[in-house]
Design a protein around this ligand. Structure first.
Ligand SMILES: Nc1ncnc2c1ncn2[C@@H]1O[C@H](COP(=O)(O)OP(=O)(O)OP(=O)(O)O)[C@@H](O)[C@H]1O
Ligand SMILES: [Mg+2]
Length: 327
């Protein structure tokens, strides 16, 4: 697979007034392949925006080697800018005195797209994001969710090879976030050779949307893999939760006949017991179910508990994701 982005030994230091220099990105290495949705996942201040600014030629690296679409971010700024676009979540989509359509047309002209073609793309993507009916609305009359969708369209109409999205669902409600993620997936699947690099601090979003994720923390890359591999990497054990009718006399049998760890919590007020199992292999669960059935115990609920990216972060970084802000 061709590399869309190459990052080697990337370092970025911010010089500050009356304070020591701050290392926002420290010796980072990763590749993004053509056709991928690649996510930079990290808490506030991790360095995500700094990386995306470097990749989109808004900021020079302090050290390291970075190539975007095969071009060097120091020497080939113009070439990179012609094949990318950048959309930042929460930014203003243009000028309030312009309508949605006028604003998008204006941005298309910055990229030298012929008007007829620009209008064709504007119509196409406004329809995809369900905003065609709002095409003549002034930008300052739009809701946050609408602004975010228009921002995204602005990124799509220039038909970039590589699209950078900095927090594309920032501030959106559940439905708004879902729509934006759907658009990103549709766009990448529409034609071969398109690549998306996005940043997010929403774990579930990275999990659902990204082919691969780089988890970053305090300027350092702590892991880079598919969401599945990241989750599988933290534990070989398989977790299950089963609720059964409350019964006091089963424990001994559970604890002795099962090849794995079993813990039971009773909720007599609900008439239920919750059994948590940690098993070496998925198939071990069959033995357990057999014991329950032989005893005539009804299984009220059954759930396989998958690790989340939050668990991955805790395991790799040693603390919870939200705690990171205060450093
Ligand atoms: N111009 C600057 N001068 C000094 N420090 C900066 C500058 N820009 C960013 N920083 C610092 O660098 C660190 C990384 O910032 P960055 O914006 O890249 O993080 P982020 O991961 O995008 O965070 P967020 O989730 O809040 O957007 C932060 O601690 C920030 O305070
Ligand atoms: Mg940021």
């Amino acid at each position: 697979m061709d590399k869309a982005i190459e990052v080697r030994n990337l370092k970025r230091v911010y010089r500050r007034l009356r304070e020591p220099p701050f290392v926002a990105v420290d010796n980072m290495n990763f590749d993004v392949y053509e056709g991928e949705i690649f996510g930079l996942l990290g808490p506030n201040g991790a360095g995500k925006t700094t990386v995306i600014k470097i990749l989109s030629t808004l900021l020079y690296p302090t050290e390291g080697f970075v190539r975007v679409g095969g071009f060097d971010v120091y020497r080939d700024v113009e070439s990179i800018r012609s094949i990318i676009n950048l959309v930042t979540g929460g930014e203003v989509a243009g000028y309030g005195i312009l309508t949605v359509k006028e604003s998008l047309w204006m941005f298309s002209q910055f990229y030298g797209i012929e008007t007829k073609e620009a209008l064709r793309r504007i119509e196409k993507y406004l329809k995809i994001v369900d905003m065609w009916d709002s095409r003549d609305t002034f930008l300052n009359k739009l809701s946050t969710g609408m602004v975010q969708r228009i921002n995204l369209v602005r990124g799509l109409i220039t038909d970039p090879k590589i699209l950078f999205l900095d927090e594309p669902t920032l501030g959106l409600d559940v439905e708004g976030g879902r729509i934006v993620r759907e658009i990103i997936k549709t766009w990448i699947g529409e034609r071969e050779g398109r690549t998306v690099l996005l940043t997010t601090h929403y774990m579930a979003e990275a999990d659902e949307l990204c082919d691969r994720i780089a988890i970053i923390n305090r300027g350092k890359l702590v892991a880079c893999d598919t969401p599945e591999n990241l989750k599988a990497s933290i534990s070989q054990d398989k977790y299950f939760e089963i609720t059964v009718p409350y019964s006091k006399d089963l424990r001994e049998e559970f604890l002795t006949n099962i090849n794995g760890k079993v813990s039971i919590r009773d909720f007599p007020e609900n008439g239920e017991s919750l059994i948590s199992l940690s098993l070496g292999e998925d198939k071990e669960i069959a033995n357990f179910i057999t014991i329950l059935t032989q005893r005539g115990l009804e299984i009220k609920t059954f759930r396989k508990v998958e690790p989340t990216l939050e668990d991955v972060f805790i395991k790799l970084v040693g603390r919870k994701f939200e705690d990171e802000e205060a450093r």
